[in-house]
Write a protein of this length. Sequence first.
Lengths: 333, 256
Amino acid sequence: MNLSDALPNFKPFEHIYVEDKVKDLPDTKAILANFPNAVVIPIKHYKDVFNRPRQDSSAQVGSRALILGSNEGQRLFKGAPVCQDFGYDNFMYTASVQGCIYNCDYCFLKGMYATSNIAMFVNFDDYARDVKEECVKGPLYLCVSYDTDLQGLSGIIDYCGRWAELAVSTPNLTIEIRTKAANVSFVPNPSVIYAFSVSPDEMVSKFEHGTASFNRRVENIKSAINAGCQVRLCFDPMIYTREWRIHYSHMMDVMLKEIDFSKIKDVSVGTVRISSEYIKKFRKAAPGSCAVQFPFDKEDGYCVYPLDLRSEMTGLICERLKGVISDDRIYCE
Amino acid sequence: MLYIFSALYCELAPFVNAFTLESIGNGVYRSDRCIATVTGVGKVNAAYSVGRTFALFAPSSKDIVLNIGVAAGENEGQTYLVNAICDADTGHDYYPDMAINLGLPESPLTSVSKVVTSVDKNMLYDMEASSIYQTAIKHVSPDRILFVKTVSDSDGKDVTPDKVSCLMESQISVVSLLLNETQYVDTENNASKYYDVLHCSEYMRLELGQLYHFADTLGVNPDDILDDIISSYIDINNRKIGREVLDEFKRRLTKF
Ligand code: SF4
């Protein structure tokens, strides 16, 4: 909710906060060149803006600011147990950007960050160095679009392209670029996995604000397959609505007709799960959204659908996938 | 509610007159949509006055706080929306969210403890903003705290009350715009009519309220479902049966 419908609000990225120490870096200049009319506000440290107390992240959505800084802290993190590790032992994620241009009601970022502003770290070389060091120890599976949708930001800076280049040139490194973006660019290479979140249009328009339509996602998936990319499909998170069966069934009709599943690397299927610690925050941020207002069960610190509903929902997808993709390539929650 | 804070009465006077704010004593003026306070000059006075005003009127998180007044700077007569505040004494920086677009040019501002006799380019100077931000942020989010400053001088000289009031006249439209804030209406808790029917405990009330709201978000009429369940019972004369009704309500809502 913006501050007020009666008041004129600033638009996204009309304000860009820039840490003093990165202001002269080439990436900073390149990013700023995309926003010739933005007001640039110098800051000492990105956290001075990103981590301010008492921010109202829902009020910021319509006028979100960009924060350019350098991440001098930890840059690689072990994957959370709730994430599917797709069989990789060393499963990590990294966040060269924190915050997303989209606004999904169920997005875990709402719990993690106090803001809807986006922090973009322009010390990419430090990230690359950390990753290379980790890869010396053995194979690494790295989610690079974890605290954001990097493809959605490629008009501002092409970090997806850089991560893909790094994956191609670094032994032991496999990266996953997950997206709901409309415009996606591809690097066909076995070390780069493009993970497309797939949702019916009814769910996209109700719960995944600003993301690509279902049809657009299908087109992107087809383009990635045709380009020879590694493609993962994520029917995750499935969301319960009154007509969920109809919508997901129709989605699968289209997917099975349009997509050659023999060319799909693997599929993940799951339902909504939200940290119990933050459920109040989610409900406050999206009071009209049944995606977060559901009377969840609590399991291991997460709000989840009751087991029978979860099985029924994931079962609908898995049933339709029978015969088109082998069971060992389906990761079901 | 719009909370206005200005250091001097001459800064506030044009708004008191334009919006017929009524004095309630101690430098506080009010109407049904606005509370305006003369804080006095300096950070200590400002912190005290903002704290006292908020203690008296208990602002909600949906209210707007506006610090409006004059500042030292280069372009006399120009009004700015402040996008960054530095406290000159502590070196701490504060950033109000740039959410409401008042159509004004923007500037950073430094809050100082003494009147400045010279100014830097692209900087404003006042004596209250940093402490107003620090006090206000305890009550409202940073998208609801605005600082609007009109340049009165660059050297602390020739600033008369009449000149200040005259400069502030031009900001009546800004205040008028903010007074148009959306009135937030708390939705009535319609589930409450079932509290007694179901002999609800506190916990059951919360659960019922949540389920009732969830039904709304699903686009189903909670009353239809609840009334249907209740009509299948001859008598709901204790909490145990009330609990059964609640469980059935949940079951139906999660079984589409
Ligand atoms: S696209 Fe992903 S990161 Fe962005 S808001 Fe949606 S769930 Fe969150």
